[in-house]
Design a protein around this ligand. Structure first.
Ligand SMILES: O=C(O)CCC(=O)C(=O)O
Length: 289
């Protein structure tokens, strides 16, 4: 079993593909057993009447933000050793988890009236839209990466997240031809059930059209620099738990503090991942401070 201590360094081909396309698929990064447990945990949450962190929309989608604090089944994703090296190589060691987002997307009945993925609401977007509004698309850099895991079958009709390859470096607005629901060049990534789809904040993407007859369950784990605000509610109880490792605490949002709670220098809280990275990979991560 791969652990953080035995994780392989990132594959240069994977990093090149991500730089070129703005997305990449990492193969076999979760086990079938974990995936089944996670799907069951997701359905339990969805069946509950819990409202904190709930993210329901009029178009029938349901889900939660902050699921790693709601059910321990999701915790292993935070430090997934088969994903973390790629994230650190593409961003830096100064990372935290901004969001763990469960998305339940119902299947659209054949011939049924759609309110999503119609020309007037095609759903294509860049993440972190306020950065584009506040700073302008042309200057927004790579700030975060989502690792998307699919807990339901990933058949061609399942509505897997669609991507516009290369759109991360194209600052013009995405163009969806009149009457269409996808921009030219859009693809559905070739993803297997135990794979993860990585894409960044600037990459145009949209939830696909689910006509599979079954709900689509996805978990989007969004990692970004520690100086970016969390999207999820803070989960102080996780940071206080004795069974958390330092890397987990960093990713779960521990601020720059000494063990006695006093304030440490800016970036000090990234020491756990930085130290791990130095052992894993002799190349310096992008931000070494
Ligand atoms: O549900 C999906 O496949 C896409 C989700 C999405 O657009 C997002 O997380 O920003």
């Amino acid at each position: 079993m791969t652990t953080l201590d035995t994780a392989p360094p990132p594959d240069p081909k994977v990093l090149d593909a991500f730089e070129r396309d703005g997305f990449v698929v990492l193969r076999d990064v979760i086990t079938r057993e974990w995936r089944e447990q996670a799907a069951a945990a997701a359905m339990r949450l969805l069946a509950s009447d819990r409202t904190p962190g709930r993210d329901r929309s009029v178009d029938g989608k349901d889900g939660f933000r902050g699921i790693v604090a709601m059910d321990d089944t999701f915790l292993p994703l935070v430090t997934n050793p088969k994903v973390l090296p790629t994230l650190v190589a593409l961003l830096s060691a100064n990372l935290h988890l901004m969001s763990s987002n469960l998305i339940y997307m119902p299947s659209i009945p054949p011939g049924g009236t759609r309110t999503i993925r119609v020309p007037e609401r095609h759903g294509w977007h860049r993440d972190m839209s306020s950065t584009n509004r506040d700073l302008g698309t042309e200057v927004v850099p790579r700030l975060s990466i989502k690792a998307a895991y699919f807990l339901s079958d990933v058949t061609p009709e399942a509505g897997v997240t669609m991507i516009l390859p290369g759109s991360h470096t194209d600052t013009s607005p995405v163009t969806v031809p009149a009457g269409a629901i996808d921009p030219p060049g859009a693809i559905t990534p070739d993803i297997g059930s135990c794979d993860a789809l990585l894409f960044e904040n600037r990459t145009w993407h949209a939830g696909g059209l689910n006509t599979s007859g079954h709900p689509r369950l996805a978990v989007m784990m969004q990692y970004g620099y520690r100086w970016l605000a969390l999207v999820d509610d803070p989960a102080p109880h996780l940071l206080e738990r004795e069974d958390m490792a330092d890397i987990e605490r960093q990713l779960l949002g521990r601020p720059d503090r000494h063990p006695d709670g006093s304030v440490a220098h800016e970036g000090a809280g990234a020491a756990p991942l930085r130290t791990w990275w130095q052992h894993l990979n002799p190349d310096p991560a992008r931000s070494s401070g």
